[in-house]
Design a protein around this ligand. Sequence first.
Ligand SMILES: [Zn+2]
Ligand SMILES: [Zn+2]
Length: 207
Amino acid sequence: MFVFNPVQENTYIIWDETGECAIVDAGCFNQKEFEKLDGFIKSKNLTPVKLINTHGHFDHIFGVEQCRKAYNLAWESHYGDNFWVEGAKEKAAMFGIPIHPVSIAEVELNDGDEINFGNSSLKVIHVPGHSPGSICFYEEKSKILITGDVLFNGSIGRTDLPGGDYETLITGIQSRLMILPDNVDVFPGHGPATTIGDEKARNPFLS
Ligand SMILES: [Zn+2]
Ligand SMILES: [Zn+2]
């Protein structure tokens, strides 16, 4: 996990024994942050084969173009957030943050899709409400769940941005994520990791 950009977003690299890896939410903001990511990939001898996103908010896509080019990858995300990607410059400017334009994903990810790399498989779980195109990635064997801004340690994603909806988000978290085993490790888009069991027991939004 890397914490990148002025919004302190978590970028993840997932890999297995084959050395193939997936880059999730490339949020590296500048050359220095990209070199941190790239340096890690090189030091571990990893081969990036997937470039995927939990959603299209600008804080999660700063590094997408650079990773696309550097690793010659097609970007994959849910098309429900294409309006966020297309409007990234204007939206980021409202927060006083500059961003280079990012083209929408080459590959659309939808609920139930499987993203395969190495010996690993990530299942796509669509949980809208923070944004229309928010998806989570679940690796069943190692019991890891990457939640983007859907579910945080002790909190949930904000629902006041365009395309957000509180009821939709809560319903989605309860019906799609809280049914997973308690010992699933949850890696959110901001802040520290948690588990499904801990969130079930302690998250004030889910009681
Ligand atoms: Zn977000
Ligand atoms: Zn975010």
